[in-house]
Design a protein around this ligand. Structure first.
Ligand SMILES: Cc1cc2nc3c(=O)[nH]c(=O)nc-3n(C[C@H](O)[C@H](O)[C@H](O)COP(=O)(O)OP(=O)(O)OC[C@H]3O[C@@H](n4cnc5c(N)ncnc54)[C@H](O)[C@@H]3O)c2cc1C
Length: 524
């Protein structure tokens, strides 16, 4: 622990974005300190032995899959994380949809192979899929270069790349605009006829949000990324990634303060001057990066330093605005779970090693509608997986840890989570058991975390996993809100640097990387 009290840059929040900002700044010679409320770094990029009855079963309370980091793979390389213990494995395949009737549909990292899966159900859907993938690929070819850069800069190189993609695919422009501007659900239903294809796509895209809302067609980027760069896992668990970043930071001379909740981001005369910790310590800094939720960050700034307009914009920026958020149910098991009913119908993939997308079109729609009413959904819609099947080090030999992720549960259920947490946790395990054998019989113990629990544990507004909801109107300079997504905030020397800024949530470290660039330019 550092005893110094004066730094070039103080970074509030030791999630992976705070660590990313710190590493990039330390690499360019700044004297930095990361200040984290909890007793370890990582935030949502973490894992640990969190079930007391099962001390050797590794739990991922939040992120598990590397998708975003594979789309934007710069950070591990630039920060030399492999040298500090970071290693990932690709899942082949990553995501498989399981239909209630025993059929399954694999999302291969290949358009033709995935189309062949769809062809087993409908020739016409397979042809439509190939056509749709051309539109999606053209869209992500334009989007990816722009996602990697600071939207407040000129970015001539990235714009040139995006423009080249646009020109190459100009005949697809109306289709791209139509897809991105429409509800994702509409795009699925207008193109695909078979219930397995429709359900597989709705279950995949629903993980990004309520697919019947306007302009959620942007969620098709998820499908494009999945087929282009696939899914990976961190060997040894997500904490290994955050620890590797912390090790790199320490190597570069950066400091990390743990168990140090920030009580105030101190602003005087329109300028950030440092932070005050809950225990009263003052840390002076020439710049402050808040790698926490933007609303949480603004609430910490010395009262009066930010005007009503800025405070209102972040307070009302959507964070689980549709009323739904994932529930996390982690189950430690004394044996190994099977996926027998679906596995019996195919021998080309080991379903134990995949992420299993469970649900139907009806379930996805019902889940989001129920959440909006503050009710617990009744139909199963979840993403489940067995991390120990991919990385056996995550459970004792011959045993499993199950990661169950019902995508949409009410943020504020009528009855309150304290009343329903145990009952809903059981409902999730019961529903998952229809697809995963042994889940109930082999249970040692479980951990159930709802969005208010997550909100409290990580101090994240509304327990939103991406801090600010993903959407076309909350990207680039509009993220987190109009006027607040650029390289300056109303308080000079204060920067946002977490998932609430461009390009958004997920494990990729880009918001931290962008914030570091902004700080460097400010300090010059
Ligand atoms: C259940 C779940 C599943 C997910 N699954 C995936 C996935 O599979 N793949 C993927 O790519 N992404 C996934 N995500 C999203 C991803 O994990 C997050 O978007 C990302 O990790 C956010 O990182 P961050 O550093 O911006 O913020 P956070 O991880 O929220 O970190 C913020 C940090 O700030 C600290 N903090 C808050 N307030 C203070 C304060 N006052 N003083 C000091 N410290 C403070 C917190 O303790 C925390 O450590 C998932 C998220 C959740 C919750």
């Amino acid at each position: 622990m550092s005893s110094e009290t004066s730094f070039d840059v103080a970074i509030v929040g030791g999630g992976h974005n705070g660590l990313s900002a710190a590493c990039y700044l330390a690499q360019s010679g700044q004297k930095v300190v990361v200040i984290e409320a909890l007793d370890k770094v990582g935030g949502m990029c973490s894992s640990g032995y969190l079930i007391p009855e099962a001390p050797q079963h590794l739990v991922h309370p939040c992120a598990l899959d590397l998708m975003s980091l594979r789309v934007h793979p710069m950070m591990p390389e630039e920060l030399q994380l492999a040298r500090h213990g970071f290693k990932q494995v690709e899942m082949t395949p990553g995501y498989v949809y399981l239909h209630p009737d025993g059929n399954s549909l694999v999302f291969w990292r290949d358009v033709a192979k995935t189309a062949a899966e769809i062809r087993r159900f409908s020739e016409r859907d397979a042809t439509e899929f190939i056509e749709l993938m051309k539109v999606i690929n053209a869209f992500i070819d334009m989007a990816i270069p722009m996602m990697r850069v600071d939207p407040a800069q000129k970015n001539l190189g990235a714009k040139f790349e995006a423009l080249k993609a646009l020109l190459r695919n100009r005949h697809l422009k109306p289709e791209i605009m139509g897809m991105v501007g429409s509800p994702a659900y509409q795009v699925v239903m207008e193109r695909f006829g078979h219930p397995v294809t429709q359900s597989a796509l709705c279950c995949l895209l629903g993980a990004a949000g309520p697919i019947t809302n306007e302009a959620t067609g942007i969620y098709f980027a998820l499908l494009g990324f999945l087929l282009r760069t696939g899914v990976g896992r961190v060997l040894g668990g997500m904490q290994t990634l955050s620890n590797a970043m912390a090790a790199r930071l320490t190597e570069l001379g950066g400091s990390i303060l743990l168990n140090a909740p920030v009580a105030e981001i101190v602003a005087r005369d329109g300028k950030a001057t440092g932070v005050r910790l809950q225990d009263g310590r003052l840390i002076a800094a020439r710049a402050v990066v808040a790698s926490i939720h933007p609303k949480t960050a603004f609430d910490l700034v010395t009262p009066g330093a930010l005007d009503r307009r800025a405070m209102t914009r972040v307070a009302l920026a959507p964070a689980n605005a549709h009323g739904g958020a994932p529930l996390k149910v982690d189950v430690a098991l004394r044996g190994q779970v099977g996926v027998k009913r679906h596995q019996a119908r195919r021998s080309d993939v080991d379903l134990r090693k995949c992420v299993l997308l469970i649900g139907t079109v009806e379930a996805v729609l019902e889940n989001f509608r129920a959440c909006a009413r503050g009710q617990v959904p009744t139909l199963p819609y979840m993403w489940n997986t067995l991390p120990s099947a991919v990385d056996p080090s995550q459970a004792p030999p011959g045993q499993d840890i199950a990661y169950l992720y019902p995508v949409a549960m009410p943020v504020r259920p009528d009855e309150g989570w304290d009343t329903i947490r145990a009952r809903v946790g059981q409902q999730v395990i019961d529903q998952a058991s229809e697809y995963m054998d042994g889940l109930k019989e082999l249970e040692i113990a479980r951990r159930v975390e709802a969005s208010p629990d997550l909100a409290k544990r990580l101090n994240v507004h509304n327990g939103c996993v991406v801090h600010i909801d993903t959407g076309a109107t909350r990207s680039g300079l509009m993220r987190p809100a109009f006027g607040l997504g650029g390289d300056t905030l109303p308080v000079a020397g204060l920067f946002l640097g977490g998932a609430g800024i461009h390009p958004g949530g997920g494990i990729n470290g880009l918001p931290g990387r962008i914030a570091a660039g902004r700080v460097r330019r400010f300090l010059k």
